[in-house]
Design a protein around this ligand. Structure first.
Ligand SMILES: [Zn+2]
Length: 404
């Protein structure tokens, strides 16, 4: 087994330069959602499909048509004849580059400097997309039997909710087996020290307080929506923090979070009492609680006597109910922790986060899924996004070694 491990690892070492050049080529093919004024993932998928075929894989392609009539591609490739497969699910889409003046390089031309590759999507999710496909290639070249098959799913539309990506792919028959395991290499931690096994539920509320607008010199004639909204924010904030105060140390942070965030602009002048005021709450709730209970408690505060003078409208802006966490005793967690230790000599820690990876879609269907990858600092969606070449190569080793 030790010999097998070192031969697999040396195959990946040998791919290093090739991984860098494939990443560089990929960066020059924009892959931004049509909903963010991009052209979608089509051209990038063609490129990656070509690579996988060139390496001798049979690639299944699933194109889902979105509301802009754009085909959103998803690619699936697999190697091995075992009963169970470890799947690596990486996304091909990237966010837009944002303000170009903040970039020191062209976001669509990879620049290599100090062991890093700069460019949009190099960190999110390029690094571990490349790591996944080269791990698959290495398993094939390795040739000997492995304990598990390795599978790679390269998906679309992750940045805007996965409607035309993993959500659709999970509905297809005959791709994922009941006993398969899933790694979503899209939660990167410093030095790869954290393995994400759980997510909090997330509830974003938009609350509109309606009063009556008047001149500020005669406030008695109106109802000040700003004052009422401010009181309401404080009441909701206190109630949520007092009532939903459980802690669970696998999560970071280990408690539910309730934050008043955005506040919409109300009136234009200092001398006007606002007739309406709109604010938002971002709630990240431990799975011990139900989001319906949180929502109902917020409604009760709004309906209390304190706010009789105003009319309050509550809208659920976005909602993700928490999925059952992936068990620490599941094979996927144990295998991944073991592989990280063997390859990187790191004792990684299973933990929960505030939400946001597509691992939740697997957990909702009862599949064991973890999110993991290595980075030096959080560069996702940032200008001057980069990935470290060593992190990309090491992650590939960890992935391949998991299947041995
Ligand atoms: Zn991502």
């Amino acid at each position: 087994m030790e010999e097998n491990k070192s031969s697999l690892i040396s195959i990946i070492e040998k791919y290093k330069d090739d991984m860098v050049s494939t990443m560089s080529e990929m960066v020059s093919i924009p892959s931004i959602s049509p909903m963010s004024d991009g052209k979608g993932e089509g051209a990038r998928a063609d490129f990656l499909e070509g690579k996988l075929k060139e390496w001798g894989f049979e690639v299944k392609r699933y194109d889902y048509v979105d509301e802009t009539n754009t085909k959103r591609p998803n690619l699936v490739a697999r190697h091995g004849n075992n009963e169970r497969t470890v799947w690596f699910v990486a996304h091909m889409d990237t966010v837009a580059p944002g303000d170009r003046s903040l970039w020191l390089t062209d976001p669509f031309k990879a620049e290599i400097k100090d062991g890093k590759i700069y460019g949009r999507g190099t960190n999110d999710n390029g690094q571990d997309l490349i790591a996944s496909i080269y791990a698959l290639r290495a398993i094939k070249e390795f040739g000997s039997d492995t304990t598990f098959n390795m599978g790679v799913a390269l998906v679309a539309d992750e940045e805007l909710g996965s409607k035309y990506g993993i959500q659709k792919l999970l509905e297809e028959q005959g791709i994922f087996g009941d006993n398969d395991m899933f790694v979503v290499p899209d939660y990167l931690s410093e030095g790869g020290s954290m393995v994400e096994i759980a997510e909090k539920g997330s509830l974003w509320l938009k609350i509109k307080v309606n009063g009556k607008q008047v001149h500020a010199s005669t406030p008695a004639l109106g109802v000040n929506a700003n004052r009422n909204a401010s009181k309401l924010i404080t009441k909701i904030d206190e109630m949520l923090h007092q009532k939903y105060n459980a802690t669970d140390n696998i999560y970071q942070p280990p408690y539910s979070t309730f934050e008043p965030t955005k506040r919409e602009k109300n009136v234009d002048s200092v001398n006007i009492v606002p007739g309406s005021d709109i604010f938002y709450f971002d709630c990240r709730v431990l799975p011990t609680y139900k989001l319906d209970d949180v929502l109902n408690d917020v409604k009760s505060v709004c309906n209390s006597n304190d706010f009789k003078a105003v009319k309050i409208e509550i809208e659920t802006f976005s909602r993700e109910d928490p999925a059952e966490p992936t068990s620490m005793d599941s094979d996927v967690v144990k295998r991944l922790l073991k592989s990280i230790k063997e390859v990187m000599n790191v004792d990684a820690k299973p933990m929960g986060v505030g939400g946001g990876t597509c691992a939740a879609f697997f957990r909702h269907r009862g599949f064991p899924a973890v999110a993991w990858g290595t980075e030096a600092e959080d560069m996702a969606h940032q200008p001057n996004e980069y990935c470290r070449i060593d992190d990309m190569v090491n992650d590939a080793k960890v992935f391949a070694n998991m299947c041995l």
